[in-house]
Ligand binder design. Structure first.
Ligand code: XCC
Length: 658
């Protein structure tokens, strides 16, 4: 028996309908099993998650251990150094925050490096696409813009934003965007971030053996570090990407595996940083490469995105999106992908083997992310086309030599993507009076009950897309407007909720608003770093007035129902520290009935922050969020308005006068 046959014989067979609600992924999983190909779904089924790790009851920060505590009796034992369960959990949690924040802030810093080189004229392949936004952001953080050259403003903006990373003392620049009362809470508890490098370094230091051994003190540094991601590194990534590549405005685009085209050279870009994808867009439109594809017998070159790279490009350019995180291996099973270029984050090492099985050319491009056995074509920002042209050329060669049957799921879902904070402002208020006032008014009058951010990954430990879709449907049915990013956005787009017609799934108040404005009940804001757009929207809701003085007062909630990455933990912690009730699904890396758990799930709220929640069932999760929104409405004194969803003019005037 050869090795391949042996592997096929020991392969776990899935009950496919239990692991995904994505029809295209299900179709490809069936094919993968026929072909004897293994995916992360199979590996998850074959490998039980480690229960000690899942509960964070293990400490391996020194070689006196690793020490294993007992989740069922968390205070029955301590580590060899004497560390209690709360110290161990807080340290493990802190390291997840540090790693997640590092990923986002390093991405943001790459965007800022590119911006500097473009502004100083050293890179000519990219340029400033949104000078209006450049001036608006500069002005907001105190840079004088009147009568000045764009280049001077841009260089000042670069210098100012560099502080987001390198500053050793003082507050990060975007702290100026934080509502005063929220900022006061941060100052009171000493969690206003200085610079991301300092915060991440300090958190790594404090979680070293024998340093910070007070879970409350560690939690403070978790918040400070996470805030340096949300209001720092991620926000810089979003703002600089908008300035360089354009601020998203609504665009009709398609998602799902049916975006692949059998008769064209198919290229997928997967990862997170938009500069690679922007260059690839230029490459696939190069007449000489199109000609080469045609000479190879193709009808053209088809560029498709996945994961957050795809979310950036569907938002800015309407580039089709083939699927979220748990579909990145299965799409290769189509046999139709001629090349996949990846940069950083969420790139499964398992892609290499699947790509090999189907002859797809897989390329890593970023110096931070190589994969053993995978060809690396380094992407240099000073000569970006060298890398992306080469990927296209390789894809054309693979197209010419396709030698196995192709099966592309015939599923495409059209929808409207590309909402940004700026566009929401315009959409609700019009060109001359762009404002969040109509949103606040509709929340106050009860047509919209509140706003929920539903974001984050997919995870083979739960049925792919199912929790995202059911949660969002339940929220909009109850008049909660939903904003989304990342892989969650793609789950809902595949389920058809990104069309204005989906308004019929919303409750009467929300559907009325959607129909009046012509918007879907679910708004996609882009990639995971674009969660910063949700923070900005929250600040704006506070600034406009009528919904309290801090983010913690707003009738809003957040969820990452199928999360898997450490970045998600950092995102969760910065939303909580900003004042938002944030619920995670799948599993929560802390034992219940410990002091650290109580602090995260309850204590933080009493200190003026938000709090964490956990639920696996989408309906339970939705109702926890709705209950929280109702609690905030009550505290604001707008709970009675909700009883009479449709108000007449007299009601409105009474409310305004109140
Ligand atoms: Fe990764 Fe960003 Fe999660 Fe998707 S949502 S699995 S982090 S690609 Ni960002």
């Amino acid at each position: 028996m050869d090795n391949e046959k042996k592997e096929k014989d020991k392969q776990v067979l899935l009950n496919i309908r239990d692991v995904t609600s994505c029809d295209a992924t299900a179709q490809m999983l069936k094919k993968a099993e026929r072909d004897g190909v293994e995916t992360a779904f199979h590996r998850a089924a074959a490998m039980k998650a480690c229960p000690i790790g899942a509960d964070s009851a293990c400490c391996k920060h020194c070689s006196m251990g690793p020490c294993r505590l007992v989740s069922k009796d968390p205070y029955g034992k301590v580590g060899v150094c004497g560390a209690t369960i709360d110290t161990i959990q807080a340290r493990n949690f802190g390291r997840m925050v540090a790693s997640g924040a590092a990923a986002h802030t390093d991405h943001g810093m790459s965007m800022l490096d590119l911006f500097r080189e473009v502004v100083s004229g050293k890179i000519k392949e990219y340029s400033i696409k949104d000078s209006f936004k450049l001036e608006a952001v500069a002005e907001e953080i105190g840079i004088d813009v009147k009568g000045r050259d764009l280049e001077d403003i841009a260089m000042d903006l670069y210098k100012e934003l560099e502080r987001t990373y390198t500053q050793v003392e003082g507050e990060i620049p975007f702290a100026k965007r934080v509502p005063e009362k929220t900022l006061e809470t941060w100052r009171k508890h000493g969690v206003v971030p200085r610079g991301a490098m300092r915060e991440i370094m300090e958190l790594m230091h404090r979680t070293h053996m024998g340093v910070d051994q007070d879970y409350e003190n560690i939690t403070k540094q978790c918040s400070r570090t996470a805030l340096s991601d949300g209001w720092g590194g991620s926000m810089v990534a979003t703002e600089i990407s908008d300035i360089l590549f354009g601020t998203p405005t609504p665009v009709k685009a398609e998602v799902n595996m049916g975006c692949l085209k059998e008769n064209e050279v198919n290229i997928i870009i997967h990862g997170h940083e938009p500069n690679l994808f922007e260059s690839m867009l230029a490459s696939v439109n190069d007449p000489s490469l199109i000609e080469a594809a045609k000479e190879a017998g193709a009808e053209g070159i088809n560029l498709v995105g996945m994961c957050c790279s795809g979310a950036e490009m569907i938002s800015r350019h309407g580039i089709p999106h083939a699927g979220n995180f748990m579909s990145t291996e299965t799409i290769l099973v189509t046999g139709a992908v001629d090349a996949m270029g990846v940069d950083v984050q969420c790139i499964k090492q398992g892609l290499a083997k699947v790509a090999d099985c189907y002859g797809t050319k897989l390329f890593t491009t970023n110096p931070r992310c190589h994969i053993e056995g995978v060809e690396h074509i380094e992407f240099h920002e000073h000569s970006p086309r060298e890398c992306t042209d080469s990927i296209v050329e390789n894809a054309i060669i693979r197209f010419k030599n396709r030698n196995m049957p192709i099966e592309i799921p015939n599923i495409r879902n059209a929808g409207i993507h590309g909402f940004s904070h700026e566009y929401i402002n315009y959409m609700l208020g019009g060109t001359f009076r762009g404002s969040y006032t109509p949103l606040n008014d509709n929340i106050i009058n009860g047509r919209i009950r509140g706003v929920a951010g539903v974001v984050g990954c997919t995870n083979p430990r739960v049925k792919q897309d199912y929790v995202h879709v059911e949660l969002v449907k339940e929220l909009i049915k109850n008049d909660v407007l939903v904003v989304q990013t990342g892989c969650s956005q793609i789950a809902l787009a595949k389920a058809g909720l990104y069309t204005p017609e989906a308004a019929h799934l919303a409750g009467p108040g929300l559907s009325e608003v959607c129909e009046t404005v012509g918007m879907p009940p679910v708004l996609g804001l882009g990639s995971c770093v674009d969660n910063s757009r949700i923070l900005i929207a929250c600040s704006e809701m506070v600034r406009v007035g009528g919904l309290g003085e801090s983010i913690a007062d707003l009738p809003v909630a957040g969820a990452a129902p199928e999360w898997m990455s450490e970045k998600a933990i950092s995102i969760g912690q910065y939303f909580v520290a900003s004042g938002v009730f944030t619920i995670f699904g799948v599993t929560y890396p802390i034992i219940e009935d410990t002091k650290f758990h109580k602090l995260l799930f309850d204590g933080l709220e009493g200190m003026g922050f938000g709090k964490w929640g956990f639920a696996v069932d989408p309906y339970e999760m939705a109702h926890m969020m709705i209950d929280h929104i109702d609690k905030k409405r009550k505290a604001l004194g707008i709970d009675t308005a909700r009883d009479r969803v449709l108000m007449d003019m007299a009601d409105r005037q009474k409310l305004d006068a109140a």
